[in-house]
Design a protein around this ligand. Structure first.
Ligand SMILES: Nc1nc2c([nH]c(=O)n2[C@H]2C[C@H](O)[C@@H](COP(=O)(O)OP(=O)(O)OP(=O)(O)O)O2)c(=O)[nH]1
Length: 149
């Protein structure tokens, strides 16, 4: 997915969109939802832990780093959940992966204002960031499956 837009000097630029990765951490049929604490315009909106992939960094490595920074946990990254979601007029994309906790680690809200474990039936009980909505739809059957296991 490549995006074109016109910069201030009138020239058309083509750049790969920046990838924002998110981890759908699933335990016993519930996914971990995290409330953003900043910036003010999105504080209180819910998201998957994660963030921007740094230059030269792999997506899995970025997720492992972000989960350690934001939640203090070690994770194993699994399959993609849903499709890439275009954000910021194509300047970035949200890409979410399923994940599981390792070594009995328990997430702590080191950077978020609140954490909640949501079942499939509870997915709509929080106000997700807009880009997360299609991912949440794709996630629902995975939670139902996991709950029966
Ligand atoms: N982590 C995360 N970011 C999301 C989600 N949905 C969504 O729209 N975003 C947006 C919010 C932000 O504009 C951007 C991610 O930025 P971030 O601030 O979390 O990234 P970061 O941890 O790398 O932070 P920084 O280094 O830029 O401060 O993507 C999501 O589910 N998880």
């Amino acid at each position: 997915m490549r995006t074109e837009w016109t910069s201030g000097n009138g020239q058309t630029e083509r750049r790969e969109p920046k990838v924002v990765v998110g981890a759908a951490i699933i335990v016993d049929g519930r996914v971990l939802a995290c409330a953003r604490s900043a910036p003010p315009e999105v504080a209180g909106r819910w998201e998957f832990p994660g963030g921007k992939v740094e230059p030269g960094e792999g997506e899995v490595a970025a997720l492992v780093r972000e989960c350690a920074e934001e939640l203090g946990v070690r994770v194993e990254i699994g399959a993609r959940v849903g499709r890439d979601v275009r954000m910021a007029h194509g300047r970035s994309v949200l890409r979410v992966y399923a994940a599981r906790l390792l070594h009995g680690d328990q997430p702590q809200a080191l950077e978020h204002s609140e954490l909640r474990w949501l079942s499939a039936a509870e997915l709509d009980s929080v106000h997700w960031l807009p880009a997360d909505e299609p991912v949440v739809v794709a996630l629902r059957p995975l939670l139902a499956d996991d709950a029966t296991g």
